[in-house]
Design a binder for this molecule. Structure first.
Ligand SMILES: [Fe+2]
Length: 208
């Protein structure tokens, strides 16, 4: 992990921003966000306030809604917007981050923004709490990427209740890839047909 810039600026009442590069695939990052089975062992401080007992996920057309406790919807809300953006309301503040592919497929650029109604110690406490969660995810994703590259971890069966967010994301990507492939095949056929028609036009007069 390499932190390339960190800055603080006031957009609402207080805000922190940073951009960080991470040695993993962007799709692995999204997979990690789209499930919370890892939360209890990866985020011990987070799990104290947001235990996985009532964790629920709702998948919509272009976004997923993760809720720590459906009876308290104003706290512990995590939104994923396809393909690479999130909005997170927990710990007393709000954060958003984007998972950006780079020219190197093994490197993802993470862009974070943090918002809070308070300044000073209250903001710093919030920032420390959510930043800790982010750093724990960094370590998890980079280790998972290493294991994928080394053949230690290959694939597994998704939990049909707790990992529907991962299935939703992967299905959206698959649908778009298949649609793009079909579109390219169509375009390719049109180009071949056009080229063939042009060749016939050139050949026919010579044979007449
Ligand atoms: Fe996490």
């Amino acid at each position: 992990m390499k932190e390339i810039s960190t800055g603080r600026q006031c957009i609402l009442r207080s805000c922190g921003s940073s951009k960080v590069t991470s040695k993993d695939l962007t799709c692995l990052r999204v997979d990690g966000y789209q499930e919370c089975l890892h939360c209890q062992y990866t985020h011990p401080s987070f799990s104290v306030y947001y235990p996985p007992t009532f964790y629920t996920i709702f998948n919509h057309k272009n976004f997923s809604q993760h809720v720590a406790d459906p009876s308290k919807r104003s706290d512990g809300l995590f939104l994923y917007f396809f393909p690479n953006c999130t909005l997170n309301v927990y710990g007393g503040g709000m954060s958003s981050f984007r998972m950006c592919p780079t020219e190197n497929p093994g490197i993802t650029r993470m862009e974070f923004d943090y918002y809070h109604l308070e300044t000073g110690d209250k903001f710093e406490d919030y920032f420390k709490f959510v930043r800790q969660v982010a750093m724990e995810d960094f370590e998890l994703c980079e280790k998972a990427q290493d294991n994928l590259q080394n053949g230690i971890y290959t694939e597994g069966i998704l939990n049909s209740v707790k990992e529907t967010g991962v299935a939703f994301y992967q299905r959206r990507v698959l649908d778009l890839v298949v649609a793009q492939h079909a579109d390219e095949q169509r375009t390719s056929r049109v180009q071949i047909t056009s080229a063939g028609a042009m060749q016939n036009e050139l050949v026919e007069p010579a044979g007449a």
